[in-house]
Ligand binder design. Structure first.
Ligand code: 5GP
Length: 131
């Protein structure tokens, strides 16, 4: 279902308020991280600003690049916390690109960490299409 910007709080704001259950796995003063409810990879996290004033990453970059940089920093920490050394960072931007929640968020997609030397056996890139 596509969620449009409007007077209603976004699903992520409702999670932050505790109105919709979801474990917050990491947070800072400005950003929080949850697991995606419909994971597209073994590790699939969402890094979300606590403010809902930016519908997408283009708006965020234009108005608050510091917060965008902080999201990237938090994504790196969250991926490491989940056991990933490498990850994909995806911002779906616009309904035509698959964005359904218009409260900017980054998808962190990764495989489970694989010990060095075993990477070619089980450490392939995660399936990220449609994330
Ligand atoms: P988008 O499609 O906008 O790029 O990403 C929105 C993401 O939010 C989707 O991957 C979707 O699975 C996830 N999502 C939507 N509702 C919920 C929810 O209530 N809880 C969690 N944890 N994820 C959600």
């Amino acid at each position: 279902m596509t969620e449009r910007v409007g007077t209603e709080p976004s699903v992520f704001t409702r999670i932050l308020r505790g109105e919709i259950p979801s474990e917050i796995v990491l947070q800072t003063d400005d950003v929080f991280v949850i697991r995606d409810i419909a994971p597209q990879a073994p590790i699939h996290l969402l890094v979300i600003p606590k403010t809902d004033e930016h519908p997408d990453v283009v708006s965020l970059a234009a108005h608050d690049p510091r917060l965008l940089a902080h999201m990237v920093e938090v994504a790196n920490v969250a991926a490491a916390q989940a056991g990933a050394t490498d990850f994909r960072l995806i911002f779906n931007t616009g309904a035509g690109a698959g964005q359904t929640v218009f409260h900017v968020h980054a998808h962190v997609l990764a495989s489970q960490a694989v010990p060095l030397g075993e990477r070619t056996m089980a450490g392939g890139m995660p399936a990220g299409e449609g994330a």
